[in-house]
Design a protein. Structure first.
Length: 238
């Protein structure tokens, strides 16, 4: 059965795209990247479509993608999936953020440390939840645990690309734990190896396709990839 329901909304000050995916209305679903201020939007989506949450999946551990994961997952008594390399960011988000992020976190949460979800699991091959099997493609660079999530039950190939690649840009690599060299490798081996018709559902901004980004994204051109391999940080906004 193919996925027939994909709902998304931007949440929080960073306008992070949060996704709900299900094979059908009235059935189980997964939520991807519930970030800052995403809880109410997720609850509305679950109610609107009659969905039952079965898992929370994270593309990486930055706070704008994970801040609501514990509340949503613990409330529904479901697991949170994340790459092991980013697991500590669920409790210590400043480990991968610039110093000027501290006052932002303190203003939002009165703290810079989080309580972990009760059930945290790590990607180790494909993940199946809500009847959907997700291929996991490890793509470090923005953070060490960045992971592309590729649902298999789709008529057109979809890729939840997180902050690896956006329409016209890529995730920044100049924050703690970022790596231009790793990002260049991930773009070359995990993004550019995808078919042109694959639709990218990024962590910020509009959807796009691999073909459009291969042609128009300046950061995916050979000279840019070579520059990143020489530790030239990119200038993305995210």
């Amino acid at each position: 059965m193919p996925i027939v329901l994909i709902a998304s909304f931007p949440a929080g000050p960073w306008q992070t795209n949060c996704y709900l995916m299900a094979l059908q209305e009235g059935g189980p679903c997964v939520v991807v990247d519930p970030g800052v201020g995403a809880t109410d939007g997720v609850r509305r989506g679950l109610q609107q479509y009659g969905l039952t949450l079965e898992a929370v999946l994270l593309t990486h551990g930055h706070v704008d993608h994970i801040a609501s994961a514990r509340e949503i997952a613990d409330e529904a008594e479901v697991p949170v999936w994340v790459h092991e390399a980013d697991a500590d960011l669920l409790t210590e988000p400043l480990l991968a953020l610039s110093a000027d992020s501290r006052p932002i976190l303190e203003s939002l949460y009165d703290t810079t440390t989080f309580t972990p979800p009760r059930d945290v699991r790590h990607y180790d091959g494909p993940v199946t939840a809500a009847g959907i099997t997700f291929e996991t493609r490890h793509a470090p660079g923005h953070t060490p645990g960045c992971t592309l999530l590729v649902p298999q039950q789709t008529e057109q190939q979809l890729v939840l690309s997180g902050d690896v690649v956006f329409a016209g840009s890529i995730g920044r690599t100049d924050m703690p734990r970022g790596s231009s060299f790793a990002m260049a490798s991930s773009l070359a081996t995990q993004v550019l190896t995808l078919p042109d018709e694959a639709h990218l559902l990024p962590g910020h901004g509009p959807t796009t396709t691999v073909g459009a980004e291969r042609l128009n994204n300046p950061w995916l051109q050979p000279h840019a990839l070579m520059a990143m391999q020489q530790n030239t940080d990119d200038g993305s906004d995210y």
